[in-house]
Design a protein around this ligand. Structure first.
Ligand code: GAR
Length: 200
């Protein structure tokens, strides 16, 4: 299954996906294209270094969301599924309806706690003792689609947002490729909000 990876920044999750693919652990998923909404980001370098097409669709170049999403869809035309790996734009129905239960996102908190930007900072500010990563299906809500998998990390005294994010990223770099593999293998389905997984 050809997948497109959408990125906005450093691309450490993209790297985890590329490394998993190189180890043969992503199949039947195959990374076909990487698309960034921001020019000049490290994620684009990572894609190019792995020999993947790396395309910029700069949201600032579009006057409305539908035109931006049409350009994303054109870049993803060969793809059957989409992974949001640090992609920091909300997608509308116009985009989401094209990939029913075929878009996943990774988010650095235990959703539904701390959606949106700066989730580790929100968690530290709130004073929670446990946080983690959530990989979920994408719908048109902000980080609100059905949850596929979560992993927890403990927050120790002295942890700041950067330290927490680093702990979370260790978990998400392991989890995201596993979920993408299971999605591509056709093991994931939804009953309402509940993600059901078929055994191998
Ligand atoms: C990741 O930790 C991801 O969970 C988060 O952005 C980071 C991107 O890092 N995503 C969100 O906050 C989405 N709401 P990366 O570019 O190094 O993969």
């Amino acid at each position: 299954m050809k997948i497109g990876v959408l990125v906005s920044g450093s691309g450490t999750n993209l790297q985890a996906l590329l490394d998993a693919e190189a180890r043969g652990e992503l199949a039947p998923a195959e990374i076909a294209v990487v698309v960034s909404n921001r020019p000049g980001v490290k994620a684009l370098e990572r894609a190019a270094a792995a020999g993947k097409p790396a395309i910029v669709v700069d949201h600032k170049a579009f006057t409305d969301r539908a035109a931006f999403e049409d350009a994303l869809l054109a870049a993803l035309r060969d793809c059957e599924a989409v992974v949001l790996a640090g992609f920091m734009r909300v997608l509308t129905h116009h985009f989401v309806e094209k990939f029913p239960l075929r878009i996943v996102n990774t988010h650095p908190s235990l959703l539904p706690a701390f959606p949106g930007v700066d989730a580790p900072k929100q968690a530290i500010a709130y004073g929670v003792k446990v946080s983690g990563v959530t990989v979920h299906f994408v719908d048109t809500s902000l980080d609100g689609g059905p949850i596929i998998e979560q992993r927890t990390v403990r927050i120790e005294p002295g942890d700041d947002a950067a330290a927490l994010h680093a702990k979370i990223q260790r978990e998400e770099h392991r989890l995201l490729p596993q979920v993408v593999q299971r999605l591509a293998a056709g093991r994931l389905s939804c009953e309402g909000r509940h993600v059901v997984e078929r055994a191998e």
